[in-house]
Each structure stands twice: as structure tokens, then as C-alpha cells.
Design a protein around this ligand. Sequence first.
Ligand code: ADE
Length: 265
Amino acid sequence: MLQCHMHFDIFTLFPGIFESPLRESMLKRAIDSGLLEVQLHNIRDYAEGRHQVTDDYPYGGGGGMVMKPEPVFSAVETVLGFEMSSAMRNEAEAAVRQPNSEIPIILLTPQGRPFNQQLAFELAGYDRVALICGRYEGFDERIREHLATDEISIGDYVLTGGELAALVILDAVIRLRPGVLGDPTGAVDDSHAGGLLEYPHYTRPPEFRGWQVPEVLLSGNHAKVERWRREQALRRTWLRRPELLERAELTDSERAFLQQLSQKE
Ligand code: ADE
């Protein structure tokens, strides 16, 4: 199995937010085994002047502050431009080049494309991704228009900044890369991986406070277990997230099973 590493550049005013999540569990293991590299870039380091200001009042008035364009452009162009200039003969050309289109430059914002498992798979296909975390009321629109190549939202709610959203994306994407999960099939059955919610899980003991593990799981009959799981996944999706079934890939017998459910329940 090819196990090449994935590189995230995270642009933020609060790099400290990332410290402990990167030091625990799967993200730590991925970093330690060389499958993940995360570089944190403090946008403030790229702000000019003694006070290194990164925000300013909105033109036109109104409440809140807006992220200034200069430090964000400077941070992203310096970090990603370094790679580009090494690949290019001429420094002047590097300076005017648009950011490398091989590296998505993603703005985290509630206005972005909704993040889901499909988008996680899409991002896992890149070897390098840049994430820009905003603070304050929003970004100067020129960052959106002329620097970012994509905008992603992790849900219809407003966070104080993009950092937690970046961590969510980092976690969901890196676990899809070969070698990151101990079990190579680990991500295959996940809820949402095949467009359905996952089937219920049980472990020992077979009886706990009088509650039994379903008989079929103790039977040792793999074909029966597989069928039960698939039916449970379908049933659970039908009950909790019926809209997911519209896009799921289903066989004729699975459709018939759902038909039966809707008549019974
Ligand atoms: N920044 C603030 N809220 C956000 C959200 N819901 N998704 C991504 N970035 C955000």
C-alpha cells in the first residue's frame, strides 16, 4: 500500500488552539509515523508595523472587525510561494504567479460549501492543503475573491473562528489516508462512507443488565451478520436521516427492504 504523507498548512491568529489536538490519538500517531505534517503559520507574523495589526473597521460602518487582506495574502504567498519559486527558474516570475492550483487554499467560513464525507474524500486526494482560519466578523472580500480557491463550512452555525473547523476537517480527512487507521477497512463502514448511517455495534459481555446482544451477532454466520448489518444501517438511516437515502447507492433488494419498512412502521 502506497503511504505518502499529507501536508496541511494552517493559517491562524491562534496557533495554540491546535497544540493539544495534534498531540493526542490518531493525529499524533499520523504525525509520528510521518503520514501527516501540519505546519501552523501565525498570520500576525506577516502583519506590518509595530503593532502587527490584523483587523480593521468595516468600510460602510456597522459592528465588528474585518480581517485585513495584507497579512493573509502575505502569509499564504510566502509559505506557498516558497515551494513555487523552487520549482521555477525565475524569481520575478514566482513573485507574480498565482498560488499553485495543485494546493487548494481553503477559507473556513459559515458561507462555504457544506463539509461532508464526500468532501473529506475529495480533500484526502491532495497531498497538500492550505486552510485559512478567520476571526472577527469576517474576511475582507478580496481574500475570498483573489486568494482562496475554495470555501468550506462545517455546519450551519457560527463559530468564534475557523480553528475548530480546521481541526474537524483535518481529523475527517487524515483518517481516510492509507495507513493512518490501524485497520485498513476502518473507514469503509463508517457512517456516511457509503451514504448511509452505520449499523449498531456491540461488544462483550453478551448480556449487560439484562440487555442482550442480538442473537445473529453471536451466530458466527458471516453472511447473516452482513445482511443484518446492512438492514440495520438502512433502517437507521430511514428513521433518522431519510434524505440520505435519496442519494445512497442501493440494490433492488435493499429498495424492497425499505419499501417493506415504510409499510410496516
Ligand atoms: N467559522 C465560523 N463558523 C464556521 C463554520 N460553521 N464553518 C467553518 N468555519 C467557520
